[in-house]
Write a protein that binds this ligand. Structure first.
Ligand code: ADP
Length: 357
């Protein structure tokens, strides 16, 4: 079967022209302005941290118990899609515990000495936050085992028959690991975490709360359901909600009197090419490709990835999770299928044999 290879150039993605980034992508943007806004909007305590009650409640109890015992809280693993609040939560835990937090990421810990230097500089009770912990290399990871279990660094000195292990004591600390891919974590590492928390996509009502709180912090007025309009297009992800709010605020300031009302929010988001489900041109291309070229699927990940000129890993971790979450895509053993919701959204008629959804 032949099909068209979609070239995702600027013409298809007009909003990419300004930032060089995809607007509805949940991963962190390298733009310094966005980074500083993110930090300024970050909730400072568990009360300000909206939603995720299944995590907040047990966490509060663990924090209180650890404080009472005057011990560090158990090691915590946070997993979930980018932009759902893992870094924010790690910082809040440090604040609630009243301790320092050191932040690093898996890929930054290339050698054993990188990790050893960080661990030996931690003070009693400190938190070490390792983002993307699944990307830590195996030799460095093994150092973590004794550090987490016995608060000790086992360093091997020398090679061959004369090699010996030197054990250096460490201060008691808490490791908070964050990952988007729990399945890539080895079980010896996973088993050393006392708590494993999964961050879910947010309810639209929670995203609305975040938008209203942040509009206040950004000193912009938002009225008559504009919060709802932005929320439903934010892909259930706070980072995207913040990004859209900022773009709509800019639009309101340039085109209007700075106040965000429903009409302004709608026209800003239309200009930014984000539709009422929060889908952009690339998402729609994926759905169109499956529907137009494969009669709704199934389509293998490989074919889909080359059709939109992206790595398979990017399609699996960036594009697919949200399309699956909102029920526009279905994963089957034979490949990806577009659902009746996807057909309806694109205004297409579903072929009869696919009507089982
Ligand atoms: P992750 O580490 O999972 O990629 P972050 O913790 O960096 O995500 O969150 C991205 C941004 O989203 C934060 O700067 C914060 O402003 C906002 N945010 C995340 N979770 C929440 C929440 N539960 N309540 C309010 N804002 C949130």
């Amino acid at each position: 079967m032949s099909y068209e290879i979609y070239e995702l150039d600027d013409e298809l993605n007009p909003h990419l022209k300004n930032s060089g980034e995809r607007l509805v992508e949940p991963t962190e943007n390298i733009d310094p302005e966005e980074q500083s806004i993110e930090i300024s909007l970050r909730p400072q305590n568990l009360t300000e941290f909206v939603g995720q009650n299944h995590i907040k409640e047990p966490l509060l109890i663990s924090i209180e118990a650890a404080k009472k015992r005057q011990e560090p809280i158990e090691h915590i693993l946070l997993y979930g899609n980018p932009g759902l609040g893992k870094t924010t939560l790690a910082n809040i835990i440090a604040k609630e515990m009243g301790v320092n937090i050191k932040v690093t990421a898996g890929p930054a810990l290339e050698r054993v000495s990188d990790l050893a230097a960080i661990l030996s500089n931690l003070s009693d009770g400190d938190i070490l936050f390792i983002d993307e912990i699944h990307r830590i290399n195996k030799t460095v990871e093994e150092i973590l085992y004794s550090a987490m279990e016995d608060y000790a660094l086992d360093i091997i000195i020398g090679k061959g028959p004369t090699a010996r292990t030197l054990r250096m004591p460490l201060e008691k600390f808490t490791l908070i690991g964050a990952t988007t891919k729990l399945n890539l974590l080895s079980s010896p590492l996973r088993d050393r975490f006392g708590h494993v928390f999964h961050l879910n996509f947010y309810e639209d009502s929670d995203i609305e709360k975040i938008i209203n709180r942040n509009a206040k912090l950004l000193e912009v007025e938002i009225k008559n359901d504009a919060d709802k309009t932005i929320a439903v297009r934010s892909r259930k992800t706070p980072r995207i909600a913040n990004r859209l709010l900022k773009r709509v605020r800019d639009y309101a300031q340039v085109k209007h009197n700075g106040i965000i009302d429903n009409e302004i929010a709608r026209s800003a988001l239309e200009m930014l090419n984000v539709d009422e489900y929060g889908l952009d041109e690339i998402d729609r291309k994926i759905l169109h490709f499956i529907i137009d070229n494969f009669a709704g699927g199934p389509v293998g990940l490989n074919t889909l990835s080359s059709a939109i000129a992206e790595e398979m890993d990017t399609v699996e971790t960036i594009y697919e999770p949200f399309l699956l979450q909102i029920g526009m895509l279905e994963r089957t053993p034979r490949g990806r299928k577009a659902t009746s919701k996807a057909y309806a959204h694109l205004g297409k008629k579903m072929p009869k044999q696919n009507n089982q959804y």
